[in-house]
Design a protein around this ligand. Sequence first.
Ligand SMILES: Nc1nc2c(ncn2[C@@H]2O[C@H](COP(=O)(O)OP(=O)(O)OP(=O)(O)O)[C@@H](O)[C@H]2O)c(=O)[nH]1
Ligand SMILES: [Mg+2]
Length: 554
Amino acid sequence: MSGLLEGARRIFGRSSDIDVRVSGLADAVTAARGRLADEQLDRAQEVVDRAQARLRLSADHTVVALAGATGSGKSSTFNALAELDLAAVGVRRPTTSWATACVWGTLGASDLLEWLGIPIRHQSMRDSMLDLSQRDSKEKDLSGLVLLDLPDHDSTEVSHHLEVDRLVELADLMVWVLDPQKYADAAIHDRFLRPLSAHRDLMLVVMNHIDEVEPERRESLLADARRLLAADGLADVPLLAISAVTGEGIDELHRELAGRVRGKAATRTRIGTDIATATDDLVAASGTAAVPEFGRTERDRLIDAVADAAGVPIVVDAVRTAAGRRARRATGWPVTSWLAGLRPDPLKRLHLELAPDQRDLVTAARSSLPEPDGIHLARVDGRVRELADSVSGELTRPWASAVRRASISNIDRLNDRIDRAITETDLGAGRVPLWCRIVRLLQWVLLLAAVAGAIWLGALAVSDHLTIAMPDPPSVRGFAMPLVMLIGGVVLGVLLALLSRVLVRMGARSRAARAERRLRASIAEVTEELVVEPIAAELATYQRVQDGLAAARG
Ligand SMILES: Nc1nc2c(ncn2[C@@H]2O[C@H](COP(=O)(O)OP(=O)(O)OP(=O)(O)O)[C@@H](O)[C@H]2O)c(=O)[nH]1
Ligand SMILES: [Mg+2]
């Protein structure tokens, strides 16, 4: 009982292993669509489909295909193993056009035979064709065997080749039937043996027609065949000398097959090898690099680069200059401010007039960017590509270009949205601050005082000259009031202007910093959505493919 449980555990354990590997490859293929080459993915998908189909079918049967050149004796060997004349053996070449199947022992192979595409008229149930006395112990050993006699692979019949290619893919085990005349033919070595060398654990090679070889030549014939097999990468594959006519070596072949059929491992080994081969193929294209870092640091670097390329520093500069200039004009000494107004405005070169409303200011700033929009777009595009390339630096070429494609997939929308983000972001640089307006009021009061002082002084001088009596002006600490008003008004106005300059510079800087924060936040939001997320999604896809391939490797 415990042995039974142990056996069940072993079988189920193994089965879930192979299931995990198959579904790992299936996931990898699905995720890699559009990234790795279609034909490579199609091949892997075929392997997955085949494996899944085979795993759903009988695990109690082992499909063994007899394959080889025409006349090598496949049908004769088939009959010799079955000990029945099931397959047509002929002198006309080629003889076998469609595969024939013989099933040993257990029932329940019909779905499997249907999947193999063997029509009912080409199927034999060996049990039902024997009477009880004929069922010897050897026969029991082979129960579970589904033996296929294939057409040749080397005649001019194209349909034969197709049938062979198809069934060689589906069989669990392959028995290659060679003969002393044609065993060195390139056809079988180049088309089958070498390409299938990964499946060496699932192969047997027989040298048939051995009865036709002089006993003293047999050794060297087999040694030469071994040498060729070793060159195909099949050094350890069993090579048996047999004669389907005299029965020599058939028992040994029988025993070899019985061992494999009893082990019931061939099906899973075949699927495992197919999965491994397809996986290696995909790993070669997908690479083994770890999923690249794309955390906060990389994302921020990307967002900063986009913001810079989009001209944020220029806009921020413009905000600082404009805010500073406005405040300076408001707080400066009215006379010099007026004179400065007569000088050509350096900002005018940037079309950065002091706009009454912030939106105009920003629009002006945007349009004041030194390049036309095309160049600005190209620069954003260039920076995005550059950063996408540095993120995907370790990846294989298909993935690097997938990441790059993802990074610029929304580049046109990105540019529009950046423009919108810049024009719609509240830069907080709209109005002259309250303190500036108070200072301006103060400046005018001081100026008026100075002008009044000057007029007063003028009036005193004129009255003196014309000897018209005018009351003496009051004096402040020994100085005449009009003089105090004139000098005090001018000096205080200039001092106030100088002090304000310092405050204006600080104010402009903090306004610029606030504008920069807001602009970068708006651009970060847009870049996050249109660049960062597509890159992250692509890297997640890469992760899924790598996980799938790792599972497929087992
Ligand atoms: N002497 C000898 N003749 C054999 C042996 N095996 C097969 N033959 C003969 O070789 C010829 C071809 O045998 P088949 O079994 O039809 O060969 P096949 O590989 O099925 O050929 P196709 O169906 O055309 O691909 C027949 O005349 C067989 O009798 C053998 O081991 N020794
Ligand atoms: Mg045949």
